[in-house]
Design a protein around this ligand. Structure first.
Ligand code: IMP
Ligand code: MG
Length: 208
């Protein structure tokens, strides 16, 4: 089911905490905005899935914060499982997709909610959807915190979207650059110099 989405547009920056000022240009979505939107999303999901047990399939690692907040707002019987997916691309570009962890639960005949942090080119979602569909669930719905529609390459949309965002590379609230910044409580725009520096060094796991 499609629903109204919260678009995030360029607006005055919320104050970036001093600790992150060097790396984060500005806050795009605050903690409070995230919390409020997740409450709305979970109400929509709850309405659509009432009466059936849900298998929530979450993609590691970027979904950890979002998933934890989302499921705590869902008053539904559900089971939780994870799939590990890594994209070995350079810097901020997505590259070849590798599955690092398979599902443990049997989803055959079940209602599945597939959760990811961000829908960007759509390559990850397409690959994962194909994989889960092959396991013959009764239905699959997809849920992402962020949608960067401008970058889409594959023909795929999510059923539940937290925020529509412009084409910025963002970090925080689970999202990373080179495995860092996941612990920021907000979603912020990364200073381009951070990933340009990473590329210049010829490695994605550079020292800060
Ligand atoms: P896609 O396969 O291009 O749709 O990309 C999906 C994956 O790329 C997400 O699960 C993220 O891990 C990563 N990604 C895409 N855009 C961003 C971003 O702006 N910040 C952090 N990670 C991102
Ligand atoms: Mg990810």
């Amino acid at each position: 089911m499609k629903q109204a989405k919260s678009a995030v547009n360029v607006r005055p920056a919320s104050k970036v905490p001093a600790r992150w000022l060097r790396d984060v240009e500005r806050i795009l979505i605050t903690e409070d905005q995230i919390a409020a939107r997740i409450q709305q999303m979970s109400r929509e999901i709850q309405r659509d899935f009432t009466g059936r047990e849900l298998v929530v399939v979450s993609l590691l690692t970027g979904t950890v914060m979002f998933l934890a907040d989302l499921v705590r707002n869902l008053s539904l019987p559900l089971r939780l499982d994870f799939m590990g997916v890594s994209s070995y691309g350079a810097g901020t570009e997505s590259g070849e997709l590798v599955f690092t962890k398979e599902l443990r639960l049997n989803v055959r005949g079940r209602d599945v909610l597939l959760v990811d942090d961000i829908l960007d080119t759509g390559k990850t979602m397409c690959r994962v959807l194909a994989k889960v569909r092959a396991l013959r669930p009764r239905r699959i719905r997809t849920c992402v915190l962020l949608n960067k529609a401008a970058r889409r390459v594959e023909k795929v949309e999510a059923d539940y979207v937290g925020f529509e965002i412009p084409d910025y590379f963002v970090v925080g609230y689970g999202l990373d650059f080179a495995e860092r910044y996941r612990n920021l409580p907000f979603v912020g725009v990364l200073h381009p110099y951070v990933y340009q520096r990473g590329a210049r060094n010829g490695r994605s796991d550079y020292r800060m």
